[in-house]
Design a protein around this ligand. Structure first.
Ligand SMILES: NC(=O)c1ccc[n+]([C@@H]2O[C@H](COP(=O)([O-])OP(=O)(O)OC[C@H]3O[C@@H](n4cnc5c(N)ncnc54)[C@H](OP(=O)(O)O)[C@@H]3O)[C@@H](O)[C@H]2O)c1
Length: 339
């Protein structure tokens, strides 16, 4: 019987995770119980939120225990089914598949995907939870109107790139904030942003002011830190600040936010949200995003690394901003070597 290769949490990171915080392990191949399916993971989707689950205190979700398989999403193929809705060969997305080569999961914890509509990686990007986070945050909480200015940080990343494209579909002027020239160029050339400014540039506040001459109506915050502070000074009256993520603080949770005086003078609304609070919007998201994807109005950038063992380096690289698009791990090399 083949073994199941896994990456487990070996130690709780202090600040930025190190390679020693992860360990490659082997477990017996899982056996599906009644109501479950055995899935071969073909792709892992890495997400910054996994870092929050590595702290003992946890965050909005329960912390991982030491020795747990690292939390993460997976796309895979059903090898064996004991659930009436799934048959062998179906492809599905597992929110809690984890960094491993196989899993046995309840049918209710899987979402079937249609590889005819879009290739599997897209179901971890715009058509998956990155897209859902963008859709909910922007449309439900940002409520952008045509002609308004929307600013999004981590603009070339998995969530940010979808926010920008959906805001353009709504008729907004879209300005990105991203780390470095290459990402700013991608935001404009690949994703259709009107402008994008570099958060590493000490002249960020001035560059953002030039890019937003009428102020900012909707801020979609993914990063916090320098970008948040620059955005804050430019918020227009009645503006909405949507806090999707604060990645600059995930390795240093004591960071402080801006003073609140502008909140008063500009009559601002600030809203934090977690995607899983709004799963009622999933059908609308699936309908709209599938249509926009089929019409070619949503594009995706992928940052693929090869093999399960590459996941920790890819994850650490993402927290350092080294990724160019949605961070994916292809498990094809693992399955080929085990065959
Ligand atoms: N609320 C929710 O339910 C929900 C759901 C999904 C994701 N999120 C959040 O959305 C954000 C984006 O996630 P993603 O999956 O799309 O990742 P991503 O943007 O593809 O990758 C992370 C990016 O964050 C940026 N970054 C890293 N450290 C930074 C720092 N110190 N200062 C500024 N930017 C930094 C980097 O881009 P640059 O090089 O451009 O800075 C990096 O490429 C994260 O904060 C995540 O937690 C929230």
């Amino acid at each position: 019987m083949r073994a199941n290769r896994q990456i487990v949490l070996a130690a709780r990171p202090r600040g930025l995770p190190r390679h020693e915080d992860f360990r490659l392990a082997e477990a017996p191949m899982p056996a599906p119980a009644d109501g479950e399916v055995l899935m071969r993971h073909d792709w892992l989707g890495l997400a910054p939120a996994a870092r929050l689950r590595m702290d003992e205190a946890g965050s909005y979700s329960a912390p991982m225990a030491l020795g747990d398989v690292v939390y993460g999403q997976a796309i895979g193929t059903v090898l064996e089914s004991r659930h009436p809705d799934f048959k062998v060969g179906d492809m599905a997305m597992a929110m809690r598949g984890g960094w491993q080569c196989f899993s046995a999961l309840r049918g209710g914890d899987l979402v079937k995907i249609d590889p005819q509509l879009a290739p599997p990686p897209a179901w971890l990007g715009p058509l998956g939870t990155s897209g859902l986070a963008a859709y909910i945050g922007l449309l439900e909480h940002g409520r952008p109107k045509s002609g308004e200015t929307v600013v999004v940080s981590a603009a070339a990343g998995a969530v940010g790139s979808v926010v920008g494209q959906v805001a353009r579909i709504q008729g907004c002027r879209v300005v990105g904030i991203a780390g470095g020239e290459d990402k700013c160029r991608a935001a404009v050339d690949e994703f259709g942003f009107d402008a994008c400014v570099d958060h590493r540039d000490p002249g960020l506040p001035q560059a953002l002011a030039r890019a937003c001459p009428d102020g900012i109506d909707v801020s979609f915050e993914n990063a916090g830190g320098a970008s948040r502070d620059a955005v804050w000074r430019l918020m227009a009256r009645g503006g909405r600040i949507v806090v999707c993520g604060l990645i600059s603080e995930y390795n240093a949770p004591e960071a402080t936010g801006p003073g609140w005086y502008r909140l008063l003078t500009q009559r601002l609304q600030i809203r934090g949200y977690i995607t899983s609070d709004h799963l009622d919007l999933r059908p609308a998201f699936e309908r709209d995003m599938a249509r926009w994807w089929a019409e070619g109005r949503i594009r995706m950038r992928e940052d693929v690394s090869q093999g399960l063992a590459s996941a920790p380096a890819a994850f650490i690289g993402m927290l350092l901003g080294h990724n160019r698009g949605k961070v994916l791990v292809s498990l094809a090399p693992d399955h080929a070597s085990a065959a």
